[in-house]
Design a protein around this ligand. Structure first.
Ligand SMILES: [Zn+2]
Length: 68
């Protein structure tokens, strides 16, 4: 793959991701309040409807974790 093809592929994937996100928002994302397991800070995490386990990064300490 040359650089031009790689860039076009990256742009295509980004457009698809943005389109998917718009659709998801329309369907009603839910906001989950979670407490960071490392520092205890409250975090708001957006999740698609019906999904309770989503990965997020704590806004205070940056720890990667999943909501329960
Ligand atoms: Zn934290």
């Amino acid at each position: 793959m040359d650089k031009k093809a790689m860039r076009e592929e990256a742009e295509r994937l980004m457009r698809e991701a943005m389109a998917n996100r718009k659709v998801t928002v329309k369907q009603g994302d839910t906001v989950i309040m979670v407490t960071c397991g490392k520092c205890g800070a409250p975090n708001k995490v957006k999740a698609p409807k019906g999904v309770t386990r989503v990965g997020y990064v704590c806004k205070e300490c940056g720890a990667k974790q999943e909501t329960m």
